[in-house]
Design a protein around this ligand. Sequence first.
Ligand code: OAD
Length: 236
Amino acid sequence: MTRYQTIVILTGAGISAESGIRTFRDGNGLWEDHRVEDVASPEGFARDPKLVLNFYNQRRQQLLSDEVKENAGHIALAKLEREHAGEVLLVTQNVDDLHERAGSKNLIHIHGELLQKRCSRSQTVSEVRTDLNVDDVCDCCGAAGTLRPNIVWFGEMPFQMERIEAALQKCDLFISIGTSGAVYPAAGFVSLANACGAETVMLNLDESDNAGAFKRSEFGPATKVVPMFVDELLNN
Ligand code: OAD
């Protein structure tokens, strides 16, 4: 039984890296050979919707292929939610569904989901498992060209910020896993948790940009450090 009651966890691309999904900021600074501003901004979408839709079509196909599956890090976090006596809220910056596949339930996708589409006119969100094309006709408004992936691009507001901030203010443990701490507001969650008196822990392959803000850090691949840390929490 852990001494903590309310736990908030933030995950980033690093937790899915060993599932075969590339992270954003390692290597050459490009995201799957594209400049991030071309494929992850409203301006990029307005300039070349076909390129952007195809980019996410490829990411979606990869996610749904046999190559990709949840790993020991995702599975350990689902176990923590199941076995911890208090509350566990998982906030992920990832647009994949690997936390759901592992069994996490109390989960917020702050940057949206690859397996959802959204009508730009009505904002109606629905599931999508096939490709989106520029001339697709939207079910809700009957118009062509209104559909986009339900993903938060640069310059857009992340989802459910009020709920997350309220949870951070009352949590007594905040854990950040596999994120470079380069993209706000998520990179600032640790400061809010610190200000409200929580223990703050970083689990990552290497030092994140905001590493100095954490009270404790454990380095290593997510498939090793996350199960170890979860076992420590559940057994203490
Ligand atoms: P990044 O690619 O910026 O950072 C990934 C982090 O994971 C780095 O700190 C790596 O060291 C670490 N890492 C890599 N492999 C790991 C492993 N096997 N185990 C543990 N850690 C590992 O990804 P994010 O921080 O998630 O936003 O990026 C944040 C946001 O920037 C994304 O959600 C995306 C992007 O632009 C949008 O698309 C809106």
